[in-house]
Design a protein around this ligand. Sequence first.
Ligand SMILES: [Zn+2]
Ligand SMILES: [Zn+2]
Length: 341
Amino acid sequence: MAVMALHGHGGPSVIGMERIPVPRAAPGEFRVRVLACGVCGHDALARSGRIPSASDAVLGHEIAGVVDSVGDDSLAAWLGRRVALVQRRPCGVCADCLTGSTNQCRSGPGFYGDDVQGGYAEFVLADPLNAVLLPDSIDDATGAVLSCGVGTGFRAINASGCGSGDALLITGSAGGVGLNAVALAASRGISVFAATSSEAKGKALLEAGAVEVLVRPDAGTVRAAAARHGFRRGVNAVLELTGAPTFALAVRSLAPRGRVVLVGNVDPRTLGLEGGLVIVKELSVTGSAHATREDLEAVVELVASGALLSPRTHSRPLREVVAAHAALDARTQIGRTVVIP
Ligand SMILES: [Zn+2]
Ligand SMILES: [Zn+2]
């Protein structure tokens, strides 16, 4: 089968076409013919060597497809069904899995692209622990990005503790996760302040439901915007989708007892934390990683029911994944690019 694989670490051009054997499903798993695969910031970090990945990896962890063969008869009901996949295949039996933290499992096959062959390919392996059936009303490209592009924000908003009537700052808000997180939070009655590096992305953010778009704000700008909407002491929480470049802003924008939820890490530098501020304002900093099968199920239901609009996607053929990476590096795109094998 054709795959787009890494040939070393570096710029987008290290990704090239290769042919490898079609994988075979072992008992307990099934094979999925990939219908669409999202191109994520995580992929760009892995490609450039900023996070560990094999130098010949087949990346791609945002996958929708159709089950085309099963490893044993007990899985026959999955044959021919369209599925969206969670980015990590857990084991289902370790202490993390048994307490619902399947995103923390390190005993299963692992993360597509990092640990197992990913979705820049015609086929991948999966199993019932990381697959959710897709209703006909959700198209392939949307199905592909639901777990990472939407589920990540879904999980992080839950972690933020924000609900109706609260104020939430989202940094890196125009990216693939950000735009969906803005829409998701707004749909819950949260006042969303969308921070972005680009004026051009403002319209899409307002359409997604942001109460204000803040272009390259400082903490004073965020706090003034929050005050205009009745949040005199600052925002209740921040979804930090960028990391080091905006982390100080995130902490300084918070009201007392505010929470920063770290989700994105585009620039994997060590973060500086003003200890005094954390103590005096009783702030919390927490992480939120990817999504679980339960998160994906909830997101599929939200989109299928119309409660959440389908995320913005742009499809291109798999062989153009190099150009998709270049666009990701340049941060010029709105929403998610999806490649089609
Ligand atoms: Zn992703
Ligand atoms: Zn496990």
